[in-house]
Design a protein around this ligand. Structure first.
Ligand code: COA
Length: 380
């Protein structure tokens, strides 16, 4: 029996929702959050303001933003019992698995569920935005055998995270650059992890389960994680002179080059443009990354070879270089993505609750019918 619908692997091009949260125009390199171009936000806004914009649909007033920031500051700490639980995680485990487990565990500690109560929604938003960075930094300290660094109330969201990671106050420029990285990764329409969040949300489960399922989806190498691979690739190339040979080998072997290409963008990803500028600002302060010249040469040669196919640098090409300069270990690049994307996931959670209908797609059955059951002793 057929359903009469055409099957599209990966649901490519099939609208899964109506959404007013973000917009991507891949031909013209446009990304907007609630209609505001990403460049404008990166220049003038802050991550928490962007999170508010995404989740509540409009920019906050001065007082609304102050209240939101103060609420988040107040809720940054994690309970001792959560820390005790995290101490039992194996230090060899991946930080994304640790994050998924601890995000889900928040549901044990905050078990009241009242999805029709705006105060409950607000508290869940605040708790998740406040505690996820603390959990990522705490897991990083504990896997090294150290006590977690407590949040520092004199530092804002981005600066506090860098402080918890490195145990030193970042310079203003470092904190500002990290805050912009968070804005750039906060939302990107309906990608795999956002869809996962929406499907989980549609069952009316608690928001901690929604975020935990999105974190699990982001952890896969086809979604988060390409920026870690970019650094490995630059290391493998080793010198500017080797770049052309490396690209030619990739072309000959039809091997993908990490940090290039995008399902939607057919020009340079607007976030890569901003991240490259940020990398250069950081290098002016701290000295150039030894791999930056290789990256520039690689971008030039990939454009030469693949530009006609619409393959250009994506968001992951320069972000690893920025994070490494900020002192972040490479296996935390995907958790950083998650810290930022919590804002987008929560925006889609809230939007889904407003129009909810449980996701229940159909399938095209390709199996057999009316088979005879053969007892186990008669099977060969
Ligand atoms: N290097 C070389 N060729 C690439 C490429 C890359 N990074 N990305 C895509 N292509 C080529 C494919 O080989 C394919 O060529 P063909 O038409 O001759 O077979 C064509 O472009 C389409 O690629 P496809 O993988 O079908 O596109 P997609 O939209 O399904 O995939 C990505 C998009 C992001 C998964 C893909 O570009 C990729 O794997 N990039 C590298 C990983 C990466 O940076 N991921 C982070 C994304 S933000």
């Amino acid at each position: 029996m057929t359903t009469g619908c055409e099957f599209k692997p990966g649901l490519e091009g099939i609208p899964a929702a109506q959404s007013s949260i973000s917009f991507v125009d891949g031909k013209n390199g446009i990304l907007e959050y609630r209609g505001i171009p990403i460049q404008e936000l990166a220049e003038k806004s802050s991550f928490l303001e962007v999170a508010y914009l995404l989740i509540w649909g409009e920019l906050p007033t001065y007082q609304e933003l102050e209240d939101f920031k103060n609420d988040i500051l107040y809720h940054r700490r994690i309970k001792y019992r959560i820390r005790d639980m995290m101490k039992c995680f194996p230090e060899t485990g991946h930080p994304m698995d640790s994050l998924q487990t601890s995000a889900a565990a928040l549901g044990l500690f905050y078990s009241r569920r009242a999805l029709d109560d705006p105060e409950y929604i607000r508290h869940a938003v605040v708790r998740l935005l406040a505690k996820i960075p603390t959990m990522v930094a705490a897991a990083n300290s504990m896997r090294k055998g150290n006590d977690p660094v407590q949040p520092n109330d004199s530092l804002d969201y981005a600066a506090n995270f860098l402080y918890m990671m490195t145990e030193r106050r970042p310079y203003d420029l470092q904190a500002k650059i990290f805050d912009i990285c968070l804005m750039l990764h906060a939302e990107h329409t309906i990608n795999a992890s956002t869809f996962s969040a929406m499907v989980t949300a549609s069952t009316l489960t608690d928001p901690y389960a929604v975020i935990a399922s999105a974190v699990g989806t982001l952890a896969g190498p086809l979604h988060g994680g390409a920026n870690e691979e970019v650094l490995l690739m630059l290391e493998e190339i080793g010198s500017v002179e080797n770049v052309r040979g490396y690209v030619e080998t990739c072309v000959a072997n039809k091997q993908k080059i990490m940090g290039f290409g995008h399902r939607v963008y057919k020009v340079k990803d607007p976030r890569a443009v901003i991240l490259q500028r940020l990398a250069e600002e950081l290098f002016e302060l701290e000295g150039e990354d030894p791999y930056y010249k290789i990256a520039l040469e690689l971008e030039k040669i990939v454009e030469e070879k693949y530009g006609h196919k619409g393959i250009f640098a994506n968001v992951d090409f320069y972000s690893g270089l920025v994070y490494r300069k900020l002192g972040i270990p490479s296996d935390l690049f995907t958790p950083l993505f998650a810290i930022a994307r919590v804002a987008g996931w929560l925006a889609h959670w809230k939007e889904q609750l407003g129009v909810n209908r449980i996701f229940r797609p159909t399938q095209v059955y390709t199996g057999v019918h009316n088979q005879i059951y053969i007892p186990v002793e008669k099977r060969s």
